[in-house]
Design a protein around this ligand. Structure first.
Ligand code: BG6
Length: 511
């Protein structure tokens, strides 16, 4: 098999990030050590991080810069794939600084301003700053307001100032709108980078390449040929240590308006006129606006919610959601959701989009199934063929990364019998495995000012509009049958019924 050329370690594969300082609010947290630090290291390794780069961590925890540097080294060793390059580590250590301070205290921002000025002078970072808000969501608005009050958001003399806002962006449509208003009062939309880490995944970005860099799929990518679309995001983990947060959110808020809406919009969008940020985001936004709002009746018939009971995952007994740390024993929070949506436009009218996501499911796997309409049966009328299986194209997002096309083939022998076969492409066969946390691309994009893979205000609000009717009705009618699925299964039976009523079935992948 011929293998495509890939980036050689240390080879630069794109434009280097601008000289800049990254300021992480919440620098003592898990996201910083598990994702952000390894991503910066990987970017440096691939020569995509400017040598004139610095990072300032801010958190409440009392710590000196030296202690922060020692922690960084430990985090690199723990979370970077493979051995850490000693020269790169040494360089990295010199570029980082720490400020212990309260996010709500204006003096923290004065201190930040002084450190930024010094870093600019010593490390030639050109006065370009981006702030990463890896904090509890309550701080998003106040931090930006205080940065702005300290003059740290204003762009002058060709210096840029940007802010990356983590999820959750609001907990419903009203709070998302309010947060947008708070941010837009202080800064311009083009300075705001609302992150959705799903867009950092190679396989999610590949949906665009697959659809628009190939001539053969687009002509059949519509209601004439496609019967329905399924999106499954299964996780085997429970709520881990996040019971407190999760119980106030639930599966719908946690996964649907953000990650799953990204998958829907990339799968369904029209070809953009270019890959400029707004050209792509305009098309995505149109899909989000075209998702038919669910009436109360629809919520009752087209949505399913579930909560996991105890069960078995990989041969291990696991507890019920209600027994997880931080979760009340009578919790009514859903850990599973399945929905049937319609995208109301010419391309997709009448093609259902079924989606499901849940914790403690039978397998950890995220994939999109495009099921095509059946071929007419006519040709096989007088043969022993009982039924024709529909063609399915499966975009595997994770942990398997690839694309498979399922079609019918004649099974060998004197009689005309059909079997189903798969044509399989695996990313790793062609491109090998590159160490990546999924945040490299997003951080780099922010450093070069490319907002294509970040959410605009209108997109976030459109995502919340889709789930609003569900949130409202589910709140008004609390579930009575929780827990209603055993850990290690594909969710409650009602989720199977949702498709079976339409004569369809979920495609399940066991890993
Ligand atoms: C997060 C959710 O946004 O995404 C988590 O809050 C979820 O509950 C996670 O586990 C899934 O991300 P990934 O990259 O593991 O699919």
């Amino acid at each position: 098999m011929s293998q495509a050329a890939t980036a050689v370690e240390g080879e630069r594969v794109g434009r280097c990030g601008d000289p800049c300082v990254m300021v992480i609010f919440g620098a003592a947290g898990d996201l910083t050590r598990r994702k952000l630090i390894p991503s910066l290291y990987n970017l440096a390794k691939y020569k995509l991080l400017s040598r004139e780069f610095a990072m300032i961590g801010i958190a409440r925890n009392p710590m000196t810069t030296d202690e922060f540097r020692a922690k960084l080294v430990a985090d690199l060793k723990e979370f970077v794939d493979g051995p850490v390059d000693p020269d790169l580590q040494e360089w990295f250590e010199r570029q980082v600084f720490y400020i212990a301070g309260e996010f709500a205290d204006q003096s923290t921002y004065q201190q930040l301003k002084e450190v930024l000025q010094k870093v600019d002078k010593d490390l030639a970072t050109h006065g370009n700053y981006f702030y990463y808000l890896a904090t509890a969501p309550d701080f998003f608005g106040p931090i930006v307001q205080r940065l702005s009050a300290a003059g740290l958001m204003s762009e002058e003399n060709h210096q840029w100032r940007r802010v990356i806002v983590e999820k959750p962006f609001g907990r419903d449509l009203d709070s998302a709108r309010l947060l947008n208003q708070q941010l837009l009062k202080e800064v311009d939309e083009k300075q705001i980078y609302r992150i959705d880490h799903y867009l950092g995944k190679e396989t999610v970005q590949n949906i665009l390449a697959f659809r628009f860099a190939n001539g053969i799929f687009e002509p059949i990518w519509n209601r004439r040929y496609i019967d329905h679309v399924q999106i499954s995001v299964g996780e085997t983990v429970g709520v881990e240590q996040r019971g407190g947060y999760y119980d106030t959110a639930g599966a719908l808020r946690d996964m649907v308006p953000n990650h799953i809406m990204q998958l829907i919009s990339l799968t369904a969008m029209e070809p953009p006129i270019s890959f400029q940020a707004d050209a792509v985001r305009d098309e995505q936004a149109k899909i989000l606006h075209a998702v038919q709002p669910l009436s109360s009746e629809d919520v009752l018939t087209r949505t399913v919610r579930g909560q996991y009971g105890e069960g078995e995952i990989a041969g291990q007994h696991v507890p019920a959601y209600r027994s997880e740390p931080g979760v009340p024993p009578d919790s009514r929070t859903e850990t599973f959701v399945a929905v049937k949506l319609q995208v109301d436009n010419w391309r997709w009218a009448g093609v259902p989009f079924y989606l499901r996501t849940g914790k403690r499911m039978a397998s950890r796997s995220t994939y999109i199934v495009i099921q095509f309409r059946r071929a007419p049966f006519v040709l096989f009328r007088d043969t022993e063929v009982e039924k024709l299986m529909p063609n399915q194209l499966v975009l595997h997002i994770q942990p398997e990364e690839g694309i498979a096309l399922r079609f019918a083939a004649k099974t060998p022998g004197p009689i005309m019998r059909l079997g189903t076969v798969d044509m399989d492409f695996q990313y790793s066969d062609y491109f090998g495995k590159q160490p990546s946390t999924g945040y490299e691309r997003l951080l780099h994009d922010c450093m070069v000012g490319d907002a294509t893979l970040f959410q605009r205000a209108d997109m976030v609000e459109a995502g919340w509009s889709v789930v609003s009717p569900m949130l409202d009705l589910w709140k008004a009618l609390p579930p009575r049958n929780f827990p209603n699925y055993a850990s290690g299964t594909w969710g409650p039976k009602e989720a199977e019924d949702l498709l079976e009523r339409d004569g369809r079935h979920w495609r399940n992948f066991e890993q």
